[in-house]
Design a protein around this ligand. Structure first.
Ligand code: SF4
Length: 310
């Protein structure tokens, strides 16, 4: 199995982010209704070396010449399920000083081992999508071994320990978390956690379930103002910088679309390619049945058709 490093991906917060995928496709502690990767195929709490550490480090070193703004541990599942995460981060540090970010759903932050592993990262971005147990179960559909109270306590405990940047992403859904009572619960949780920033997000790419509905930009702005200090609405990505040499193989496009649905512009921005070059490659991949397109909010996104094994 190879292809654990993908992109750089155009990230709304991190510029050009080189993604590192540490678990097999959709191996996660949650099965969120809004997940852009589709339903979770392996819902687990098991932490192990899901992919070979040495191979990941080798692939990463080969891609450092793409000059990303961040190396981001994220990918197609929950990265804190991977061990030894601290060794991986130390290994990355030995070959580059590019900052390391971790995007996590936060469900395992109550574990002392996970806290220890993440304490060597530069930026940790956990999620919190609900302020109470009922909505948590409806939206995140967690593994049976995860309780809302323990998850929340973990988010707050890691904040007390982690003195670097800690940004909380709140993914809002129409009809679930836009009611005042739900928002009040979320605000109480944010007060308890004390992150450096709160960032509001919503559905902008094809979700796992059709009933995961987006919140309008205007409503997100209104909700952001209710947080103290105000939350940020994560704006759509705008091109950060183009690579001098705009070369990426069709396999790189495919690797990117396996981890994240992207528009043609997303791919061009992330991989430093000309838009027309991307269009041509995606058209070919589409004809071969390797990628498929879906329209969301008036924008067209492509994602890889998942094969039975990868
Ligand atoms: S959105 Fe993230 S946390 Fe939720 S199921 Fe998908 S990968 Fe897991």
């Amino acid at each position: 199995m190879s292809g654990h490093v993908f992109g750089p991906v155009p990230s709304r917060r991190l510029g050009r982010s080189l993604g590192v995928d540490l678990v097999p496709f959709k191996t996660c502690t949650y099965d969120c209704i809004y997940c852009q990767l589709g339903p979770t195929t392996c819902r687990t709490l098991q932490r192990k070396e899901w992919v070979p550490l040495e191979l990941v480090l080798q692939e990463l070193e080969e891609k450092l010449d793409t000059r990303p703004d961040y190396i981001t541990l994220s990918g197609s599942g929950e990265p804190t399920l991977f061990t030894p995460l601290d060794k991986l981060i130390e290994g990355i540090r030995k070959v580059t000083d590019i900052p390391i970010a971790v995007l996590t759903n936060g469900s395992l932050l109550g574990s002392w081992d996970v806290q220890w592993d993440l304490s060597v990262a530069d930026l940790v971005i956990p999620s919190l999508d609900a302020g109470n147990d009922v909505t948590f179960r409806l939206v995140n559909r967690p593994h049976a071994g995860i309780s809302f109270e323990r998850m929340l306590a973990g988010l707050a405990a890691f904040r007390r320990r982690f003195r670097k940047q800690y940004w909380l992403e709140v993914f809002l859904l129409g009809g679930y978390t836009t009611f005042e009572r739900e928002l009040a619960d979320l605000r109480r949780c944010v007060e308890l956690i004390q992150p450096d920033r709160v960032q509001l997000n919503t559905v902008t790419r094809p979700p796992a379930e059709d009933y995961a509905i987006a919140v309008s930009h205007a409503q997100l702005e209104e909700i952001a103002a209710m947080f103290s200090p105000p939350a940020e609405v994560i704006a759509e990505f705008h091109s950060v910088q183009a690579l001098e040499v705009g070369e990426a193989s069709r396999e790189e496009i495919l690797q990117l679309l396996r981890r994240r649905p992207c528009s043609i512009d997303d791919i061009a921005d992330g991989l430093g390619m000309h838009r027309n070059e991307v269009l041509k490659s995606v058209e070919h991949l589409n004809t071969e049945g390797l990628v498929e397109g879906t329209q969301v909010g008036g924008k067209y996104y492509y994602k890889a058709v998942q094969q039975s094994s990868r």
